[in-house]
Design a protein around this ligand. Structure first.
Ligand code: SD4
Length: 327
C-alpha cells in the first residue's frame, strides 16, 4: 500500500485507538498506515437533500469515477433545484434581497478552490473548481469571482425565485431588517466521497445564512473551516452557523483529530465539544459536522437535535440521524 512506502525514521508506536478502528498511527514518521478492508466507494452528504445529491454522485462513483467529479456533480443537483431554499438557484437572499453564494472544493492532491459572495451563477461549485484548476489562487470573491465565471462561459442568471422573494418579503415585515440568527437557519449541502481508487474529495455550497447582512461570508468557502480534505487521513465538512465553525476551524480540526487516531465519529464529537469550550453563546446555534476517513468509515455529530445526513455505499442510499451534544 502506498502509505507504507515512506521511509521509516525512528521507532514506531502503534496507537491502540487507531488499531481498533482500522489503522495504525506511527508517531515517528507521522504517517497513517491503514489495514483491513476499505468501504469504498462511499459518499455522504448533509441533510435530507443529501439523498438526491448522493444519487448524482453515485453515478460517477459506481463507474470507478473520480471522487472530485462525484462531489461536484452531486452538489450541482442541489444548486440547480429551485425548491431548495438554502443553496444556489432559489436560495434565500440576504436582508437586502440579494442571493449571494459561497462554495468550496478540495481534491485528493490537497488542491483547493473556492468562491465567496458570488451572485447570479447557478453553479458556484463549478466556479470554485475552475479557480482551483485554472488559477494560481484558492479563493475569488464577489465581482471578481463573477467576472471570472462569465469569462469562463458561465451565464448570468436571476437566482431569486418568486418563492424565495415571497419568503424574504414576509421576513422583512416581521424581522424589521434584523438578521435572524438561530438554530433553524441552515441547510448547506456538504459532500465527501471516497472513490474506488481510495481517493478522497469534498465539496460544499450554500446561499449562507438567510437574511444575513449584505457582504457576509460564512465558513463554507473557507478552506479548513467549512471543508477540509487530506487524502492521507480523511475529510470533513460543516453545516450550521458558520461563525462558530470559522472561530474554531472545525473541518481542519476534525481531520487533525483523525490524523491523531480518532475515528470520524470521535473527531466530530471532539470538534463540537471544542465549540462548547471556546464559544460562550454556542447554545443558540446549530452546527453539524460530517467526516469520512481513508477506510470509508463515516461519522457525524451536532450541537442540537435535528441534524441528519445521507450515506450511499454498496448497501444503499439512506438517511442517518445524528447524535448531538445538547440533550
Ligand atoms: C453559513 N454554514 O453560511 C453556512 C450555512 C449553513 O446549513 O451551513 N447552513 O454559515
Amino acid at each position: 500500500m502506498k502509505l507504507n512506502r515512506r521511509n521509516f525514521i525512528g521507532k514506531t508506536i502503534l496507537a491502540t485507538a487507531g488499531s481498533l478502528i482500522g489503522f495504525k498511527y506511527t508517531y515517528a514518521q507521522k504517517t497513517l498506515i491503514y489495514k483491513g478492508k476499505k468501504n469504498k466507494p462511499v459518499v455522504i452528504s448533509t441533510w435530507n437533500h443529501g439523498l438526491k445529491a448522493n444519487e448524482a454522485a453515485w453515478e460517477i462513483l459506481k463507474n470507478k469515477g473520480r471522487a472530485l467529479d462525484a462531489v461536484e456533480k452531486g452538489v450541482m443537483a442541489i444548486e440547480a433545484d429551485p425548491d431548495i431554499l438554502s443553496v444556489g438557484l432559489g436560495g434565500l437572499p440576504d436582508r437586502d434581497g440579494y442571493v449571494t453564494l459561497d462554495a468550496s472544493i478540495m481534491d485528493e492532491t490537497g488542491n483547493a478552490g473556492s468562491v465567496s459572495f458570488l451572485q447570479h451563477i447557478v453553479h458556484p461549485i463549478s466556479v470554485a473548481r475552475l479557480v482551483m484548476e485554472k488559477t494560481p489562487h484558492v479563493m475569488l470573491a464577489g465581482e471578481g469571482a463573477l467576472q471570472f465565471a462569465l469569462l469562463n462561459g458561465f451565464k448570468k442568471e436571476n437566482l431569486l425565485t418568486p418563492k424565495a422573494k415571497k419568503a424574504w418579503e414576509k421576513w422583512k415585515k416581521e424581522a424589521k431588517y434584523k438578521p435572524i440568527i438561530n438554530i433553524e437557519n441552515h441547510d448547506t449541502i456538504g459532500m465527501l466521497a471516497l472513490d474506488a481508487d481510495g481517493n478522497l474529495s469534498g465539496a460544499c455550497t450554500t446561499s449562507g445564512l438567510a437574511y444575513k447582512m449584505h457582504g457576509r461570508v460564512g465558513d463554507s468557502p473557507i478552506i479548513g473551516a467549512g471543508i477540509y480534505v487530506d487524502n492521507e487521513v480523511g475529510a470533513a465538512v460543516a453545516t450550521g452557523m458558520g461563525e462558530l465553525v470559522m472561530k474554531t476551524l472545525g473541518s481542519f480540526l476534525i481531520v487533525e483529530f483523525m490524523r491523531n487516531g480518532l475515528s470520524p465519529q470521535q473527531a466530530c464529537e471532539k470538534a463540537i465539544n471544542r465549540i462548547k469550550q471556546k464559544l460562550p453563546n454556542y447554545k443558540n446555534f446549530q452546527i453539524g459536522y460530517l467526516a469520512l476517513n481513508k477506510t470509508g468509515e463515516t461519522g457525524a455529530y451536532s450541537l442540537h437535535k435535528g441534524f441528519n445526513y445521507a450515506k450511499y455505499d454498496k448497501k444503499n442510499n439512506r438517511m442517518i440521524e445524528v447524535d448531538y451534544l445538547l440533550k
